[in-house]
Design a protein around this ligand. Structure first.
Ligand code: TRP
Length: 342
């Protein structure tokens, strides 16, 4: 933690999402719930990373544009409060692009090519030899997102650890080369909740795999998706012993069922045999539907007032811009390019 902060004990948190699709239960369990909890204790900035989304969607600006509002609605629906969390649109803070420009000088191409998450993504997207330079460099732009607000903590899942590492390296290089302590080294706040599997039980929940339950899904859709959920293929008859590990229904119950003792008893019963899949799915719906209904109701309310939501993003972006501009002024001074500032 940094010393001498006005609000001691409060740390700066920066997180965000690329607006490429609506958010789902995996996002909710993995990060959104945590952000709602953190927002009252810390100073939180949440980025709708449209510029980052464009690094692999240059030809699909309409998709990015449409999802900025969708993601904002998801944020408000889960209970992020714009009075305490600064929610903003990345491209409306051009200081981030300028910081990126300077940070690019502190990073080698070889280092960028080693980033394991970017490597995976390059493979998934099938860029071949035609990797957009902006895509390869997005971890540097993410370092700008993080450092512009002097984030102490970045809550992330495991796949984002290389980004935090890269950001910390940039901070150390910058402060060393320019003999200053302008930038703050961020730390990852690694999510302790295991990543939610998809409804098909194959890997993580994701839009591209078509195994996601969305925060905006109707009750009927959620019921249908849960009914079709993968369980334990060896659990053919109710009396057969079942497997809890790797069974996505239990993974979801772990994430949502407040009755922990009841859940443990159910797991024992399932393992012994005699507990049917329909029973565990019914329990899942009992705990999931009310929580989703609260989210859905709030989402509907905000969705009815898109101008209000965009206004909130505009204000958040102006507030974020003011903070980023202060950091940029310090960065320019350290780099001796503060020609006409007083
Ligand atoms: N890379 C993040 C993702 O894909 C989104 C993101 C952009 C982000 N800027 C950030 C996350 C800064 C944390 C901090 O989800």
């Amino acid at each position: 933690m940094r010393g001498g902060e006005a609000d001691e004990g409060r740390q700066v948190i920066v997180t965000g999402d690329r607006p490429t699709g609506p958010l789902h239960l995996g996002h909710y369990v993995g990060s959104l719930r945590e952000r709602v909890r953190l927002q009252h204790r810390h100073r939180q900035f949440v980025i709708i990373a449209d510029a980052q989304a464009l690094t692999d969607n240059a030809a699909n600006p309409g998709k990015v544009r449409a999802n900025v509002l969708e993601v904002a609605l998801d944020y408000l629906a889960v209970g992020l409060d714009p009075k305490v969390t600064t929610i903003f649109i990345q491209s409306l803070v051009p200081e981030l692009a300028e910081l990126t420009m300077y940070y690019l000088n502190l990073v080698t191409v070889a280092r960028l090519q080693r980033n394991p998450t970017v490597k995976d993504e390059i493979g998934q997207r099938g860029f071949g030899a035609a990797i957009p330079a902006g895509f390869l460099c997005y971890p540097v732009s993410q370092a700008a997102d993080i450092t512009a607000f002097k984030a102490d903590l970045v809550p992330v899942g495991g796949d984002q650890l290389p980004m935090i590492e890269q950001s910390a390296e940039i901070v150390r290089s910058f402060n060393r080369i320019y003999h200053c302590s302008v930038l703050v080294e961020p730390r990852a706040l690694l999510s302790t909740v295991p990543r939610l599997p998809g409804t098909d039980g194959k890997g993580k929940m994701s839009k591209s795999l078509g195994n996601a339950i969305y925060l905006g899904d109707s009750e009927a859709t959620v019921r249908d998706k849960v009914r079709k959920m993968y369980t334990d293929p060896g659990h053919l008859r109710v009396d057969d012993p079942g497997t809890v590990e790797g069974n996505p229904v239990f993974a979801y119950l772990d994430a949502f069922d407040p009755d922990r003792d009841g859940l443990e008893a159910m797991k024992d019963h399932y393992r012994r045999g005699g507990l049917g899949d329909t029973v565990i799915k019914r329990r899942l719906l009992d705990v999931l539907l009310p929580e989703l209904e609260t989210i859905r109701a709030r989402r509907r309310e905000f969705a009815g007032e898109p101008a209000h939501v965009m206004g909130m993003l505009r204000e958040g972006s102006a507030a974020a811009r003011a903070v980023a501009a202060r950091t940029l002024a310090e960065v320019r001074r350290a780099m001796q390019i503060d020609y006409f500032s007083t």
